[in-house]
Design a protein around this ligand. Structure first.
Ligand SMILES: [Zn+2]
Ligand SMILES: [Zn+2]
Length: 264
């Protein structure tokens, strides 16, 4: 059984396919646990929590995506409110996705940084894991994680990892996990594939980030949580691991990090 540690079941790109249908399809195909990730607390979180509460195999996060960090309604959510909301339901297993995206720069960089630090502090206060989104911001991302996580209480995952080896090292040194998406299956992903070989097996997670980034053989199509097994099988092969053993290992890693989540 595989776990999709990161997807967006409520995303409009699924074009009318209901979150429950996507989750049921995944379970039928051997993906028995799914985390649906929050990008906007103000307008999206209630819907996401509802999906998680009504599907036994689905868990969720709470947080503001760096793309949305400049929105006034997200900035209005204080650290105290974030802490309260994050602890308000057993189905909320992590905080994020938060971080820095200096590739798209959809929100001002100072707003992204402020939001990122708020999320990290909420993680430390609640002992929930942080789900980090980092793109083209390796140095500052590593610096903030080191500063805010200096006391060793911060736990988390670098989701859809596609950054450089320095950020991977900084994250691993802090005890973080590295999650690979369909990107790792792409033919031109040599650097990422080489880097994956240096990540300890007890720190690897897999995810789809569906509806985005479908793995080969579905590249270019709408991604679905069920497809996580293609990424998992590719990684197992790449790392010289037996597929079933690798699926169990990544699942154990998942439950160690997302310790509020329990197998359905
Ligand atoms: Zn992301
Ligand atoms: Zn995402």
């Amino acid at each position: 059984m595989w776990i999709d540690s990161h997807c967006h079941l409520n995303h409009e790109r699924f074009d009318g396919v209901a979150p429950h249908a996507l989750a049921d399809e995944a379970v039928e195909q051997g993906v028995d646990t799914i985390v649906t990730i929050c990008c906007r607390i103000a307008d999206e979180f209630p819907q996401i929590l509802k999906i998680a509460r009504t599907h036994p195999n689905v868990w969720c996060s709470i947080g503001t995506h760096p793309h949305d960090a400049g929105k006034p309604e997200e900035q209005a959510i204080t650290l105290e409110t974030l802490i309260d909301l994050a602890g308000s339901d057993p189905k909320i297993v992590g905080i994020g996705e938060s971080g820095l995206d200096f590739y798209y720069d959809y929100s001002p960089r100072d707003a992204q940084e402020k939001s990122f630090r708020k999320h990290i502090r909420a993680c430390i206060a609640t002992d929930l894991p942080l789900i980090v989104h980092a793109r083209d911001a390796d140095e500052l991302c590593a610096q903030i994680l080191r500063e805010e996580g200096a006391d060793g209480k911060l736990r988390g995952v670098m989701h859809c990892f596609s950054s450089g080896p320095q950020l991977a090292k900084a994250a691993l040194d802090l005890g973080f996990y590295i999650s690979f998406s369909g990107i790792i299956t792409f033919k031109n992903a040599h650097e990422l594939q080489n880097m994956a070989k240096d990540v300890p097996l007890d720190r690897i997670l897999v995810e789809t980030d569906a509806p985005f980034l479908a793995p080969i053989p579905y590249r270019g199509q709408i991604n679905r949580p069920a497809y996580v097994k293609h990424t998992g099988e590719f990684l197992a092969n790449l790392l010289g691991q037996d597929t079933q053993g690798f699926a169990s290992r990544t699942s154990e890693n998942f439950y160690r990090l997302f310790s509020k989540a329990k197998p359905a």
